[in-house]
Design a binder for this molecule. Structure first.
Ligand SMILES: Nc1nc2c(ncn2[C@@H]2O[C@H](COP(=O)(O)OP(=O)(O)O)[C@@H](O)[C@H]2O)c(=O)[nH]1
Ligand SMILES: [Mg+2]
Length: 222
């Protein structure tokens, strides 16, 4: 089969919103898009995922960065994207990110949620922490970003090939941004809306404070 134009990786732990996310990606991006779910859930949920017809990989290790890395290593697209399965990130960010890369303006594009937060979707404490960590990233890598802790990115497969053998550290999508920025790739962003999580709870980390401190230390250890 010919290479798809785009692969979208979706990490999930029992997110009921994933089915809507899959449908919406198909509607938005068309059939020339490969969707890969990286699942760390129950067998019942896994069977439901299989019924959607998308590729499903089961994650044996832990952590969202390891999940996304597994998906990316299996992806065949010319462009590679990832989006959270909880329905909080505005999907059109993927399309906007593809546009930015096509225009030659970036090698990896992050979805900036801070420009469009739905009332109550992200507390001021998390906004503040996110802004502090992103400012640190901007100083170290000479970027002008607003949200390196986002759950949406698009990047060139050619850029990903340079980091595909690295073992991810705990920094979510910032791991990919840090490793590409280190190698001189251009990190851009597009504005997206950020919606309230409608089902389930956050699975990312027990303490977002400890998580944030860890990400900051990874940004600084270049
Ligand atoms: N496969 C997999 N998915 C994960 C893991 N941790 C989080 N996720 C998924 O990654 C996305 C972001 O996690 P979420 O809990 O919403 O993080 P938050 O938005 O920062 O609170 C969601 O789709 C989760 O289901 C993991 O260890 N493995
Ligand atoms: Mg979330």
């Amino acid at each position: 089969m010919a290479k798809p134009r785009l692969s979208v990786i979706i990490p999930t732990i029992e997110e009921q919103s994933v089915f809507k996310v899959i449908r919406e990606i198909r509607n938005l991006m068309g059939r020339d898009t490969e969707i890969i779910i990286v699942d760390k859930s129950s067998d019942a949920y896994y069977r439901k995922l299989l019924k959607t017809g998308v590729k499903v990989l089961r994650q044996k290790d832990r952590g969202v960065e390891n999940a996304i890395m597994l998906g990316l290593r299996h992806a065949r697209g010319e462009l590679l994207a990832s989006i959270d399965a909880d329905g909080t990130h505005e999907l059109v960010g993927i399309k906007k990110g593809v546009g930015l890369i096509d225009r030659g303006e970036a090698d990896i594009v992050l979805g900036n949620r801070l420009s469009g937060i739905e009332n109550g979707a992200m507390g001021t404490y998390l906004q503040f922490g996110n802004t502090a960590i992103t400012s640190l990233f901007n100083v170290v890598y000479h970027t002008r970003l607003h949200d390196v802790l986002t759950g949406l990115f698009v990047m060139k497969s050619s850029a990903f090939q340079k980091i595909r053998d690295i073992r991810p550290y705990r920094a979510g999508i910032a791991f990919f941004a840090i490793e590409l920025a280190k190698r001189g790739y251009r990190v851009g962003e597009v504005n997206i809306r950020y919606f309230i999580r409608k089902e389930g709870e956050s699975k990312l980390a027990k303490s977002k404070f400890a998580y944030g401190v860890g990400v900051a230390s990874h940004i600084l250890s270049r």
